[in-house]
Design a protein around this ligand. Structure first.
Ligand code: PAF
Length: 282
């Protein structure tokens, strides 16, 4: 497995492997890899001939009071996981290699990035789209793999790819959960045992939404209310939002749709968690 820190070295490696229609797969990550990331690598390994994983804790997507400094960094263990998953190349740039002095350019979407997560984390998605655009330019992948756990993120990246005519196929892989339902996340390791117990409320709220949808009697708004009621008052949990919205636009629903997405964000102790569930009404 090749490990490269320089964008120019990654470009050369990609050029020398892109022959005879060989497909390049990219799995962008911020490291602290867990089983969810491994599922993305496995999908890339199945579908592509040359698999690249990027590991870069991107300062541009963290707000001033967010957890950039204490975001987990576990490079040695991450490299071992990549090796075990059969990854061909790991790209581990330093911040100075990604954002040279005097960098001014930002990739920014006008609307999707301003909703839900964007309201609570202003500028977060501009940081995500900018770094993902750079990673696409450096690696020129045929396919790029993202987790459904970051539902709004994968939607934004699909929009960006379509708007800017990138020839990369975005693959969204299913959420991988712990035994108790908690969605895998690099931030879960910050949860204390008490937080860990409280955090189950997110999956319970989404399961309630799914059950109510299947029962068929409640509107999307009523389901969102029930999720909010369930989460209200749970010790140590401060919900930011619990909504049922259109799968593509994230707008509120006026009519009963065929499909919708329930999205939740909450602070549990000091850790902010997000989760979601696709709902099928008919
Ligand atoms: O989902 C993440 O880990 C990050 O937002 C990403 C896509 C790697 C960009 O830094």
């Amino acid at each position: 497995m090749q490990v490269e820190a320089l964008p120019s070295s990654v470009r050369s490696a990609v050029q020398s492997h892109r022959y005879g229609g060989r497909r390049i797969g990219l799995v962008p990550t911020m490291g602290a890899l867990h089983v969810g990331h491994v599922s993305l690598m496995d999908a890339a390994r199945r579908e592509c001939d040359f698999v690249i994983v990027s590991i870069f804790v991107n300062p541009l997507q963290f707000g001033p009071n967010e957890d950039f400094e204490c975001y987990p960094r576990t490079l040695e263990r991450d490299l071992q996981k990549c090796e075990n998953a059969g990854v061909d190349l790991v790209f581990t740039p330093a911040t100075s290699q990604m954002y040279g002095s005097g960098a001014e350019s930002i990739v920014s979407l006008t609307s999707l990035t301003r909703k839900l997560e964007g309201r609570h984390r202003p500028d977060h998605f501009d940081g995500v789209t900018t770094v993902v655009a750079k990673l696409f330019n450096i690696t020129v992948p045929d396919k790029a793999y993202f987790g459904q756990k970051d539902y709004q993120q994968q939607l934004i990246i699909r929009r960006m790819v379509s708007d800017l005519d990138w020839g990369v196929e975005i693959v969204t892989c299913p959420i991988v959960r712990e035994d108790d339902g908690l969605a895998m996340s690099s931030r879960n390791r910050h949860l204390s045992p008490a937080d860990r117990a409280s955090s189950q409320i997110l999956f319970r709220a989404l399961s309630l939404a799914q059950n109510l949808t299947q029962a068929g009697s409640e509107s999307p708004d009523a389901i969102a209310d029930r999720m909010q009621q369930l989460m209200a008052g749970v010790q140590g949990v401060e919900p930011d939002y619990a909504v049922v919205v259109d799968c593509d636009t994230l707008e509120p629903l006026v009519e009963q749709p065929e499909r919708a997405v329930a999205l939740i964000a909450a602070r549990v102790g000091k850790t902010r968690l997000i989760d979601n569930q696709i709902l099928r009404f008919r």
